[in-house]
Design a protein around this ligand. Sequence first.
Ligand SMILES: C[S@@+](CC[C@H](N)C(=O)[O-])C[C@H]1O[C@@H](n2cnc3c(N)ncnc32)[C@H](O)[C@@H]1O
Length: 239
Amino acid sequence: MRDLEKIKGSRIYGRRRGPVLSATRQARLDKWLPKIEITLPEPGSTPALTPAEDYFPVPMKDYWLEIGFGKGEHLAAQAGLHPDIGMIGCEPFLNGVSGLVDLVEGQELANVRIFTDDARLLMDSLPDNSLGRTFILFPDPWPKARHHKRRMVSAGNIAALARLLKDGAELRIATDHMEYCRWIMAHMLRNDDFIWLCNQPQDWQRRPDDWPQSRYEIKSLAQGRHSSYLRFIRRHRRH
Ligand SMILES: C[S@@+](CC[C@H](N)C(=O)[O-])C[C@H]1O[C@@H](n2cnc3c(N)ncnc32)[C@H](O)[C@@H]1O
């Protein structure tokens, strides 16, 4: 397991706050977020790891994680399509959290829980084999070489996801940044725990039907950029 203090000390996300929220949105956030926010157990408490089901009022069929959900359009759409799945979203950007809270309240989604901090802290607090699916959609590319250490797709985070994902579970990653795409593929193919789901170019060039669009993707398309939709399967463990 990784050292929590090291994670806290190596900030990899961008800003926490954007423009001041309107009074209505702030009030909605204050009212609804405490009902669905995930608070991690204090370091050193027992048990050290918290099962995903502890964050939901009733056991769910499975648990899916979205890392960096932005304003939450994709996460809310998946939650609406799969009411029997517990959807966990991580996002440290408060204005984004407010966006998802608005959708959760407006669509009366009962199966969403939000962690408002670095996804790596939540990931390291979950037991092995916790997740049936994980999404990392349009992670910040941090294009300058000196910032590459901030990239969400890294050997350490891939190893953490290999631990968390169940046998046969899917990891979906999207990007519209060519160099980051090559980085993602190089890192993923170096890890023996994942198999890339790809038989033909359309498999990564076209967004699958069960993959709702995120806000970032809509903007990127409007600016004429193309995205890659990468799908990986957690290889079955040898028991
Ligand atoms: C380019 S945005 C994409 C947002 C969204 N996925 C979309 O497609 O619209 C990347 C998001 O990842 C979030 N992020 C960055 N580092 C993170 C981390 N360590 N844990 C959770 N979220 C993170 C950022 O705050 C930002 O909202």
